[in-house]
Design a protein around this ligand. Sequence first.
Ligand SMILES: [Zn+2]
Length: 289
Amino acid sequence: MPELPEVETVRKGLAKLLPGRVIKSVDFDWAKSFQAAEADVKEFMVGAEIKHVKRRAKALIIELSTGYSLVIHLKMTGQLVFRSSDERFGAGHPTDSLVGELPDKSTRATIKFSDGGRLFFNDQRKFGWIKLLPTAEVPNIDFMKKAGPEPLSIDFNWKILRDRFMKRKGTNIKAALLDQSVVAGVGNIYADEALWGAKIHPSTLVKSLTARQFHRLYDELAFVLKLAIKKGGSTDRNYVDADGRKGSYLSFARVFRREGRPCPRCGREIVKTKVAGRGTHLCPRRQKP
Ligand SMILES: [Zn+2]
């Protein structure tokens, strides 16, 4: 599942390509992948110009000139791929569909533009979705209502993070970090990286963390998310962005998928364990339970 930096990378790529383009038609082969009333598609999507490409939590919002928006969640295996005669962009779950001939058997929806460009929504496992709805109603859909605050927004800070976490006092800090209603967009990779940076054991109960630890955790979380966005997300295979670059965060990761290798801070071997039901990487010397 993509985390905030990966979805932000998709957003940045599409924001360079889509605004100003006019939708000519849409095809889809699986109604759950493309949730829209047929009348709305005709009236508010076909002929609409793309105005903005935004992100909230792990969802993308494509705003149209008609006052409607497409909200997209990639879930486990979703991809968005844009092709025109001289532009190529693909991001999301790493498979050959990012670079191969499209549509293919994983293509669930194709949006065609009046200038010949095409946007493909591919999704092998069909958990992802696109919804068409009035832009004003976007904040009211279940997904948006449940999403916690954006960790990189300018009005977010360590005290807000602490207050959000304190609603999950009795749980461990890793489970709280993964809870999308506490803070938006953090998944397994950036939870492990931020906890390592803050020298906090992932199974530490929220209620036993000090103010100083919350402050460090906030700083580390912001650091890893920003670095990952700069590196184009974490996908390490077969991924291209608008400039043809591959996502490279994993080559900068300090603990994630580095079990058995030396901790970059102290040299002790990184271990992999299970916390909150997820594979969890940590340094046994500096992250004591
Ligand atoms: Zn260490």
